[in-house]
Design a protein. Structure first.
Length: 167
């Protein structure tokens, strides 16, 4: 049996770790978020589509296990605005509908900017993929995100700065 004095340092270490994670989180600045829609998919989703095309076919598939929350999110970024470093517990489809947005990946040591303009889209795999969106343009930027998440989870998780980008 462990004494209570053995558990005290462990509890203190855990408390310091949780405190440090909250202090090091990088919240958004100059970004406003509106939830346009949220729906519960009470059954697993098994969606597939295909189309015949000249020279080959096209296929798409979305398969979930368990109950899911689907979101449609409108994000507006002021010039210089940022989402802060964050992750999501599931995948997202992101459409740039105004201006220009730059996506930085937390696991990219060279901090390569991925720039998307109005009319373009990109994806986020979710899970442990940490990223930051930033408006480096000269006008307000806007994105619409469609997110597929495990039900009841936080839609966005603020993450510490991975220290790979120096701005």
């Amino acid at each position: 049996m462990k004494s209570k004095w053995t558990l005290v340092p462990l509890a203190a270490l855990l408390g310091v770790g949780l405190y440090a994670a909250n202090v090091l989180a990088t919240p958004s600045v100059g970004q406003s978020t509106t939830t346009l829609g949220k729906a519960l998919a009470a059954d697993p989703v098994d969606l597939s589509g295909h189309a015949k095309q000249p020279g080959g076919g096209w296929r798409a598939r979305l398969h979930t296990h368990g109950i899911s929350d689907f979101y449609v999110i409108d994000n507006k970024f002021d010039v210089g605005g940022t989402s802060g470093w964050h992750s999501h517990p599931g995948p997202s489809l992101i459409f740039v509908v105004a201006g220009q947005i730059t996506n930085y990946l937390g696991n990219d040591p060279s901090c390569t900017p991925h720039v998307y303009s109005a009319g373009q889209s990109f994806t986020d795999n979710g899970g442990a993929d940490v990223h930051m969106l930033r408006n480096n343009g000269t006008v307000q930027a806007e994105t619409i995100a469609v997110q597929f998440l495990p039900t009841g989870t936080d839609r966005k998780i603020d993450e510490p700065d991975p220290l790979n980008c120096h701005f």
